[in-house]
Design a protein around this ligand. Sequence first.
Ligand code: ADP
Ligand code: MG
Length: 331
Amino acid sequence: MINIEHLVKYYGKIRAVNDISFQIGEGEIVGFLGPNGAGKSTVMNILCGYLSCTSGKAEINGVDILENPIEAKKQIGFLPELPPLYPEMTVNEYLNFIYELKDVTLKRKEHLEEICRVTAIAHVRDRLIRNLSKGYKQRVGIAQALIGNPPVLIFDEPTVGLDPKQIVEVRNLIKSLGGRHTVILSTHILPEVQAVCDRIIIINKGVIVANEKTEEISKAVTDNSRLTVKICGSEKAVLSALKGLNGVVRAEVVGRQDADSITYIVESSAGIDLRKPLFNLMAAEHFPIIGMEAKGLNLEDVFISAVDEEEERFSKKKRKDKTREKEMGGR
Ligand code: ADP
Ligand code: MG
């Protein structure tokens, strides 16, 4: 459905996107996750034909966006970071204007009514856009993207600036569009991608640092491989028992809330659930467990470790390049 190959974008001397490739299948909801300045908007703008790339290729349904922009753009509904709304128009006037602009052939009345129903803006159709709340403006922006029923929807930070209730509403709306549409959305909010997307592409400094099914990332997130355990007994004896337990890769003290018990972090190799053997061992050794919690990694840990790994690789490469330069220079 969407095919991006070796995309590179320079703004003058700034390299905003550095050799990005990925594919997105029909009906998938994919989240672009990354800090501000990562290059999310740049990739989306290129994909929509709004910006040209320095090199590489972007195809929608086999149609190259640079070679055949009109055909490619017909397949896309786009909600840019700042929705292109006309505040002086009513919602109705605006939707009709976009309908004409896009040269849609679907039956106008039914089509616009359906879109207003889906985005829940039917009751504000006669209001001036200027007077709508931010949440409603955003829904009008999404409605605009849906006009013409394009198979691909691209939403750049669709929940920015909304209040918590509006965020949930917009997320649910986007979720309901999956299946019938292929959706790409960008966000810098970690739980957002987890709540909405089938797959997560993490971007940092213009490169992809992770591209995984949300379940895979969530598995790491809810994994029982990291436990926080509160145990009574001598620190030395408990630690040595913990370290001797099959599957434990790390055990250390993290806190001492009261005189009687000590809190430990215990990590196992992936896939091993330590909770029962840990209970049995501590019971046998007469060290009462008075609290146990599976911490797992949180999404933030996953994100940070993906970004760190990439930066580590990058700086290693840089060091290598520098050494090579020196060597070459010395000759
Ligand atoms: P994101 O959407 O992930 O926050 P952007 O794609 O907007 O990131 O920006 C990526 C990088 O490119 C940033 O360093 C940003 O400052 C730079 N950039 C974006 N647009 C322009 C532009 N029009 N001119 C120069 N630099 C730009
Ligand atoms: Mg952006």
